[in-house]
Structure formats: structure tokens, C-alpha cells
Ligand binder design. Structure first.
Ligand code: GRF
Length: 188
């Protein structure tokens, strides 16, 4: 029995790639992106993974966009939906449909530094450590129940880029670990 994973990503897609490369207990069946220029698309093409583009600009309302997103995800009958660098807030209708199957990874130790500038916000706050969090998605922003966290030290000469890169190294391991544990639990 395969455990089907749909990934939502808007950008580079290095976490998406890590998930593809570690497929064992699960299968990445599709990439859904809101960004027609996402680097993740080329990664999906390389690995022969189905791509769906759901661009907010192509819809007249956010509700329509959310309906389309919900329908696209549902087509793949996923066991788990992983938001890994998906830069749009997912609407309630999507959250309600997939609730316990919808998880997100965020580059801070939530509840600290939610939102789109988590790495920069941690640097500006002068904290000595930050990290990453995998959590269930709820109707808020980065506010759902926490599944797993990892810490990352901040060094004095870190830039946003250097710190984010170190966090992403940890995130690539953590997201694979979490998805594998979901898969194993479901197939036991
Ligand atoms: C990660 O830091 C993730 O936590 C955040 O977006 C970044 C995605 O990186 N939500 P990439 O596009 O997978 O390289």
C-alpha cells in the first residue's frame, strides 16, 4: 500500500527535492504551486512528478482560488499534504477538508516569529537560537498544533541568507523524518 504525499511549494523547492529523494515509505505524487516560475517545477520535471499550477492571479476571488486548490489536492487522494515553502495563506475550506492531513514547515520555533519573515524577525529580535517547526495547518497563520521542532543556533555574523540556509539544512532532514513517521504509522 502506498502512502501518497502531495507537496505545496512556491519557490526554490529544496525541501520538496529532499522529500523526493528520500521516498521509501511514501510516494510524492504531485507538486502544487501558486507560482508559475517556481524553481520547484523544474525539480518535479526532473523526477517525473506531476505539476499543478494554481495561480491566484488567474482567479477573480480568493474563494475561487481556494476552491480550485482544494479540488486539485483532492484529485490525488493524498494521505498527507505537505506545505513546504508555500507562500500563500491556505483558506478555511481547504484546511477543513484536509485538516489532520495538512502540515506545514516554518523556519522558526513557533509560536515565536510566525509569518513570512520569520528568519529576519528572529535576527532582528537578537535571540541566540531559532529553528524550525512542523505543525498542522489551521485557519490561522503558522498557528496549528506543533508536531516537531529543531533548534538552530544563531551566530553573531549571520545574515538572513546564511541563517536561513542553515535552518533549511535542518528542515530538509526534519520534514523527511516527519513524513516517514506519518507514513509508517498509517501503514502499520
Ligand atoms: C523553508 O524555510 C520553509 O520552512 C519555508 O520556506 C522555505 C522553503 O525552502 N516555509 P525551499 O523553497 O524548499 O528551498
Amino acid at each position: 500500500m502506498s502512502f501518497n504525499v502531495v507537496v505545496l511549494a512556491s519557490g526554490t523547492g529544496s525541501l520538496f527535492e529532499a522529500l523526493i529523494q528520500s521516498q521509501q515509505d511514501y510516494e510524492v505524487v504531485a507538486l502544487i504551486t501558486d507560482n508559475p516560475d517556481a524553481g520547484a517545477i523544474a525539480i518535479a520535471d526532473t523526477f517525473g512528478i506531476q505539476v499543478e499550477i494554481c495561480d491566484l492571479d488567474s482567479f477573480s476571488t480568493r474563494t475561487d482560488w481556494n476552491s480550485a486548490l482544494r479540488a486539485l489536492i483532492a484529485e490525488y487522494q493524498p494521505d498527507l499534504v505537505v506545505s513546504a515553502g508555500f507562500m500563500k495563506v491556505i483558506g478555511e475550506q481547504v484546511v477543513n477538508e484536509f485538516n489532520e492531513k495538512l502540515i506545514n514547515i516554518h523556519p522558526s520555533l513557533l509560536p515565536n516569529f510566525p509569518g513570512a519573515h520569520a528568519v529576519e524577525d528572529a535576527l532582528n529580535a537578537g535571540v541566540t537560537r531559532t529553528g524550525t517547526t512542523v505543525h498542522f495547518v489551521d485557519a490561522g497563520v503558522d498557528s496549528g498544533p506543533i508536531i516537531a521542532q529543531r533548534e538552530v543556533e544563531i551566530s553573531q555574523n549571520d545574515s538572513i541568507e546564511s541563517l536561513h540556509e542553515r535552518i533549511k539544512t535542518v528542515e530538509r532532514e526534519l520534514i523527511v523524518e516527519v513524513v516517514k513517521s506519518f507514513a509508517r504509522e498509517a501503514t502499520q
